[in-house]
Ligand binder design. Structure first.
Ligand SMILES: NC(=O)c1ccc[n+]([C@@H]2O[C@H](COP(=O)([O-])OP(=O)(O)OC[C@H]3O[C@@H](n4cnc5c(N)ncnc54)[C@H](O)[C@@H]3O)[C@@H](O)[C@H]2O)c1
Length: 346
């Protein structure tokens, strides 16, 4: 494709490196430059033969990109994102939008004031499996949705915790992993009105939680339980089932189970369960494998979508307000963990 959209990546850690790989494959985008405070990241710039900058200010005072991907630690999201939005450069900002609600609102305000697009990196929404599930739910094939059960059970090894921000508040499995599940379940089942949560740090004993159980009430009347832990050896998490990221060994299990009055669905190992005649627990239950190939291209799809937004062909699939809503739910979850009480999400 001629005239590829030129994208700079800010923060070349675990996630920034994934974006670099996706940019290499994208047919719509190409890498403009890399930015990182850590001068060792210059190796990525050399590999891609693009300029390296030590700060977003240095990038902005040089040749400007068409868009940027901000993949720095959460506490820097506000500063970096606003500096680009003020320069009218669209931003794909890694999730979560920020580490606090007032900073998130400032980011959204800056996007509005500058009339410049802001997209949040909830990349699962760019997965074809998720699109299929959403269609099934919205078509009414499952009847009225009654309940959902979501699991995010995984085991993070010692090296993961070498980065100290990951053992402090906001850096644990609720902030890093469950935020994806919050965004996804809201996208599939609609707005959440209340949450109730319990956490534990009994195994790893860090300041941040290692395990949590969260109950959600949806405006539709549906109920959902999510459990997350980064200290369980198990195949039941979206990461280990969706095949989006080759870094995770894939299993053919599911992590999402959504039940309705006419049937239920599980995914990423996509199956639709139903009765053929009368709906009854005494009757045989059948399943249809919904033949969707695992999407290995979600990050590339997300970058291509960013390009479409930059060229005016699409609106952001995941807006700043979606990011803010997830953060409010996350905030309500944290408040609930202190008292165990059910909290209304504003
Ligand atoms: N979408 C996903 O699935 C996913 C997965 C992991 C992390 N993330 C998100 O990506 C972001 C980064 O997480 P990570 O795990 O890659 O972190 P990381 O610690 O591995 O990498 C962060 C990088 O940012 C750089 N950096 C720090 N301060 C900077 C600054 N002021 N200017 C430029 N660079 C700076 C660091 O040197 C490092 O290279 C976080 O917001 C995280 O929540 C998203």
């Amino acid at each position: 494709m001629k005239n590829k959209i030129k994208i700079a990546v800010v923060g070349i850690g675990l996630m920034g490196s994934q974006h670099l790989k996706a940019l290499r494959v994208s047919k719509k985008a190409k890498l403009h430059s890399v930015v990182d405070v850590n001068k060792n990241s210059i190796i990525h710039a050399k590999k891609f033969k693009v300029p390296f900058y030590k700060s977003s200010t240095e990038l902005l005072s040089n040749n400007k990109p068409d868009a940027v991907i901000v993949a720095t630690p959460n506490q820097f999201h506000e500063k970096h994102t606003i500096s680009f939005l003020d320069a009218k450069i669209p931003v794909l900002l890694e999730k979560p939008i920020s580490d606090n609600i007032s900073k998130a609102k400032k980011i959204i305000q800056s996007s509005k004031k500058n009339k410049t697009h802001l997209l949040i990196g909830y990349h699962r929404r760019h997965n074809s499996i998720v699109t299929k599930v959403k269609k099934q739910i919205d078509s009414g094939n499952l009847g009225k949705i009654v309940a959902a059960n979501v699991m995010c059970w995984l085991y993070k090894n010692k090296d993961w915790y070498k980065e100290k921000w990951r053992i402090k508040k906001g850096g644990g499995p609720l902030g890093i992993n469950l935020v994806h599940d919050i965004d996804l379940i809201c996208y599939l089942l609609g707005p959440i009105t209340h949450v109730q949560a319990t956490t534990s740090n009994k195994i790893r004993k860090y300041e941040v939680e290692d395990t949590a159980i969260v109950n959600f009430s949806f405006r539709s009347g549906a109920l959902c339980t999510l459990s997350v832990s980064d200290t369980i050896v198990a195949p039941y998490s979206y990461e280990l089932t969706a095949g989006e990221n080759p870094a995770y060994p894939i299993t053919n299990q599911s992590a999402y189970f959504i039940g309705g009055t006419k049937g239920s669905i599980q995914f990423p190992n996509l199956k639709h369960w139903y009765n053929k005649g009368e709906r009854s627990w005494w009757k045989p239950i059948f399943h249809k494998d919904l033949n969707i190939r695992l999407s290995r291209f979600t990050l590339i799809n997300q970058i291509d979508h960013l390009c479409d937004v930059v060229s005016g062909k699409a609106k952001p699939k995941v807006s700043g307000n979606d990011g803010l809503q997830s953060l409010k739910i996350f905030d309500a979850i944290l408040r609930s963990t202190k008292t165990g009480k059910k909290i209304k999400v504003n």
